[in-house]
Write a protein that binds this ligand. Sequence first.
Ligand code: PMP
Length: 326
Amino acid sequence: IRWSAGRGWYDAQLTPYASLEIDPANMTLHYAQSIFEGLKAYRHADGSVVTFRPYENARRFQASARRLAMPELPEDLFVAAVDALVKQDHAWVPGEEEQSLYLRPFMFATEVGLGVRPSNEFLFMVIASPAGAYFAGGVKPVSVWLSKEYVRAAPGGTGAAKCAGNYAASLVAQAQAAEQGCDQVVWLDANERRWIEEMGGMNLYFVQGSGKDARILTPSLTGSLLPGITRDSLLRLAADRGYATEERKISVEDWQAGNADGSISEVFACGTAAVITPVGSVKSTDASWQVGDGGAGPVTLELRKALLDIQTGGAADTHGWLHKIV
Ligand code: PMP
């Protein structure tokens, strides 16, 4: 679907996957006016195909567009575009457990010019790719690197938007994490390098205490971390199961001390691609520790199953989160 300042949204097309021709002075290449979303289609046992909370992705896409001075695609058009692609290609939606069709809606500037200003033309597209488990080994715990040298997002910046530049800015820290033998980066706040924000493509959760008295904590939405749809869903699923939940500031010291005295029993990351993944160990320039016993804890596994069961049709969709396409 194209957009221009004069015409608004026009020219919706469903076409076979193909390369695009790009002008060397395309404004996206130089000034990164580019946003995206990620969601999945799942095939249920009865053959039907659903997506999970696609209107939430549509709304977040609009918020990203506003932040990047781009036009807002109407929610219904966003969802209709995703639906049209899935309908056309639904043979690609696998039926096995933990398999899905990953959908990538995105929009970028198509105007040609070297002046720094918002483009007057954009292209919105959706592509798809069959996906299995994000981390090889399923629920294998990941090791994380606390990045104190680099930040992903600063107050007033684009951290709450899903824009290409945020990911470009994170690559050097991801390489540093790999050099340290870690799988993922945990980002801290820009001002104090003290408050835990999120991971590269996932939000974080902390389990305080254990059993049914466990409290489930997640860093508050400060404006510099992405408001994950999985994060939001888990706040509700945890409350459904009787857990106390809290969105609050959590510092590195809180984490380290809670780990040392056993009050933080589990930590996990969550997102569309990885679902829920336990955090097994932490490393930074001045400390390293194992989280709990280093494995996947019971609350992590319970919430993971609760979410996957809804997504894959094994449990009732009590929140009305599934959107049926086929
Ligand atoms: N944080 C970042 C930086 C992400 O890229 C993602 C993936 N979209 C998430 C968190 C998790 O968001 P969601 O649950 O909506 O996939």
